[in-house]
Design a protein around this ligand. Structure first.
Ligand SMILES: *Cc1c(COP(=O)(O)O)cnc(C)c1O
Length: 221
């Protein structure tokens, strides 16, 4: 079942778009089922669950961290994450920089843009991201241990497709603007948008990463 769902999604993804299978709340056995079907990128959103799963699963899995990360949980996540997608505040960014400096690591990240209407959702404002990118592009020592690979966003949780489209259009336009402002940042390329309910729409807006859980693993218990 998992294998068939994965295959069906993969068959619709253009080449160059990475499928992150969001395995949060699902046991290691189901991750192994997806792994056996060829899936290598998985996403988790809770540090404790992430740290517990990683050591028991194959070493060539590329783990994406996609949830809110408190600065006192960095050591559970940063040693193992191929990409931290959900960097949502300057406070967290500074803490990741400090961890990278202390551990001799450069941490690949995405900046999460606050999209949609929900106040409860995290993320930077566009103005905050503009400031971070100016600083990063200048080669500042304050951001020397992060590699900013692009933007992540979650559309408004709604059945109204027009609202989802306008969220995706906004983040896409903003990413294009940042790329135009900073042409020297050749690896600022990723746009992580699209979940089980809206990934096909996200592809129309230039998603390079889609994060899909329910449509692969079924409902979370
Ligand atoms: C849970 C989660 C997903 C996957 O959601 P589904 O609707 O199950 O595909 C994607 N992105 C983030 C940030 C998540 O927390």
């Amino acid at each position: 079942m998992i294998a068939e769902r994965l295959q069906s999604i993969q068959s619709e993804l253009p080449s160059g778009v990475e499928l992150v299978a969001v395995s949060k709340f699902h046991p290691a056995g189901e991750i192994l089922e997806a792994y056996a079907a060829g899936q290598r990128a998985f996403g988790e959103n809770r540090p404790q669950e992430f740290a517990a799963k990683v050591p028991s699963l194959p070493a060539d899995i590329r783990w994406h961290f996609i949830g809110h990360l408190q600065t006192n949980k960095l050591k559970l996540v940063l040693p193992y994450a191929a990409l931290v997608q959900s960097v949502d505040s300057r406070h967290l960014l500074d803490a990741i920089q400090a961890w990278g400096a202390a551990n001799g690591r450069i941490v690949p990240i995405l900046l999460e843009l606050h999209l949609g209407a929900e106040e409860t959702k995290g993320g930077f404002t566009q103005e905050e991201i503009m400031a971070v990118m100016d600083e990063y592009a200048s080669g500042a020592a304050s951001l020397s241990c992060v590699r900013i690979r692009g933007l992540m966003g979650m559309a408004t949780n709604t059945d109204d497709e027009d609202v989802v489209r306008s969220d995706f259009a906004r983040i896409r336009a903003f990413k294009d603007r940042l790329s135009a402002l900073h042409p020297a940042l050749a690896d600022f390329t990723e746009l992580s948008i699209g979940m089980s309910g809206d990934w096909r729409i996200a592809l129309e807006y230039g998603a390079t990463i889609v994060r899909i859980g329910t449509a692969i693993f079924g409902p979370r218990k």
